[in-house]
Ligand binder design. Sequence first.
Ligand code: GLU
Length: 505
Amino acid sequence: MSVRVRYAPSPTGSPHVGNIRDALFKHLFAAHHHGTHLLRIEDTDRTRFVEGAIEDIFESLHWLGIQWQEGPDKGGAYGPYIQSERQAEGIYDRYIEQLLEAGHAYKAFDTSEELAEMREYQQINKQPIGYFGGVWRDASPEEVAQAEAEGRPFVVRLKIPRDQTIAIEDAIRGRIEWDSNTVDDPVLLKADRMPTYHFAAMVDDHLMEITHIIRGEEWISSAPKHAVLFDAFGWTRPVFVHCPVIKGKDGSKLSKRHGDTRCLDFRAAGILPEALRNFIALIGWSPGGDREILNEAELIEAFDLGGLQPSSGVFDLDKLTWMNGHYLRACTAENLTERLKVFLAHPETARYWEPRDPEKLAALHLLKEGIEKDEAYARQAIELERERVTSLADFGEATAFFFQDEPPFDEKAVEKWLRVDHAGDLIRFLQANLNGAESVSVEACEAMLRGYQEEKGFEKLGPVVHPTRVALTGKTVGPGLFELMSVLGPDRMRARLSRALERTT
Ligand code: GLU
């Protein structure tokens, strides 16, 4: 049987890395087995519906290159792929009827006050909390008919069998067992006739011929209910695969406290999709050995359930930063500039940085303008800085001195290197050498500085390099000096040198 898995998000917010990691696993698993990954939107809980969430789900998946073959946008033989549409077609009603007729489900007419009272009673008496039957589980057909005739609102609940062991075989954790007396009767159909997640998801998993339910560990406690539901219908259960939860470095569940968790925030922060994809694939899954950098094809090749770990995965931001640097260096120069253009033009980039670091945002604007004005020049600046940055967002500050007419001087650097005895002489030497030149090669820049070193008898190049760098960039740190000189070119260098000359005394 061919593998069929589903990513079934509820549009209750923008996907965070945990959701997206599970979606990635499903895509990789399906691709590895030449199976099908489908996208199903679970929107039956209208009270939790968040405007824009569906758009963010698609956007996150597209950005990370997570693929699916069937879904609301693609169609397929098992549609519709949006649960509210399936509900409107009466799909869930049909199956509810079947369960009611077979006695596996029952109508419960409890009022919210009665339910609150029950909970309170359970709390006081230290009993398991939940609905274990009340008066309706074993109510007579006459009592039910009477309540219905009175028009009382009701929900439909699953009749969990009592005094049994419910067991599932989890692909990662093996056999998991529950005493059925501890499993409460879940609502399948709400009073507004909408199915709950428990019901709609399992009916759809069956109808869509899902072979593996791959989902987060937080759903383990629901698994016995789902198993009972499959058994009640006499359907073959899919394989349950509960992926480990993602934790922060401090061991607590990943949350806003740890920084960004929303997938699209990583894009706005300047992370490349292939870096985030590679990084999240390794949270809770291992390809074996100590391989860490895996491209899409390698991930698909290596991904199987055997590599999934039962213990929680750790979200290590330092590792993501390292990986992003790796992928930035792997881009071609053209591709990197193109990606930066998209990044800089995206409104979410400004929305993200404005409240966090306005200076960084200003530097990103400068880079954007720089690219618009002279792309070839900007590309060379980007190329020189790529070894030194770890995110797209770093390029603004890193390349700023290339685009500023008068890059600000770091006063400490001025004190240290422009006040040395030979600084004025060195600057005049450079001015004389650049006189009339239209361009200057990296080699010529090196020869120029080495020429001055020899002429003045300096043992090392440092006393020549440092004042020159401060004069041209205002700072003591940056990319290779000869390279940056060549990129700046004679015109810019001349302007900067005259300005620096004034600071030598
Ligand atoms: N709609 C559920 C969610 O968004 C899906 C859980 C599952 O994969 O079964 O969490």
